[in-house]
Design a protein around this ligand. Sequence first.
Ligand code: NAD
Length: 289
Amino acid sequence: MMSKIVVVGSGVMGRGIAYVSAVGGYEVVLNDIKEEALNSAKKEIESIFAKGVSRGKITGEQSAAAQANLSYATDLKQVVADADLVIEAVPEIASIKRDIFETIDQFAPGHCRFASNTSTMSPTEIGSYTNRPEKTIAMHFFNPVHKMPLIEIIRGLETNDDTVAFIEGVAGKMGKETVVVNEFPGFVTSRMSALVGNEAFYMLQEGLGTPEDIDKAIKLGLNYPMGPFELVDLVGLDARLNNLRYLHEKLGEKYRPAPLLEQYVKAGRLGRKSGKGVYDYTKKPEEAL
Ligand code: NAD
């Protein structure tokens, strides 16, 4: 029987995770509390499939088979009842994640493993919300999920070797590379990315240059594939601010969020998803996915 993955949260990340899970050959259910989030996820996933076929990344047959195994549902308790893996991708807010893990622990079968796509939070703490911390782990995907090659796997204190091996196997089927790291706030990637992104906001605030100039300097001078402002517009300024607040609390002064970033978030400039972040996307044509 085909293994079943339930992805909880159909936002920026959840929809990409559902796509790579379906392409990996799993039966997939994408869950969200909001019907309209699921509708928008379905549209975007269908367009990623269509582009994948037209660019020769997957065949029409693979796409049809994967889409036939992908469904959308709002009732979490029901869909996890026969799941083998639940991947959580709800907002980076401890109380919301706690609710999800307590619920799935109650309704998922005993063998089912749990992964969180948290950017910063402790998988040990997330495991403690359940009665199966040995089967709980962080599986950190990158945005956009269908393009980025890495999954950073973070084991909690109680996570067992079987679970690590199982998650590495799933990542392989999704066509991803992995690194397995131990737990520390921000892991490797979020910690580094938050620091660089925050520094860019301090530079902008100090009047060092325009966002275009700062991005150009970092891309062409330091050989980064994207500038820090292009990246934060993709990640979401609110998501970045949340990460920085968490890292500031856990790791100290080095991570104090730049006041300009706080101001942009207050103004609703959240990045591509709101039409405007550091850059204004209402004026430029959207880049192809
Ligand atoms: P998002 O806000 O785009 O999506 C979150 C989704 O979760 C929304 O559709 C919301 O309706 C849904 N949701 C909220 N409460 C729910 C509940 N109780 N049950 C089911 N669904 C619920 O968020 P995102 O950017 O996709 O981030 C999700 C997680 O992934 C966060 O932990 C974040 O830190 C992490 N992450 C984000 C990025 C990124 O670039 N955005 C990268 C790596 C990891």
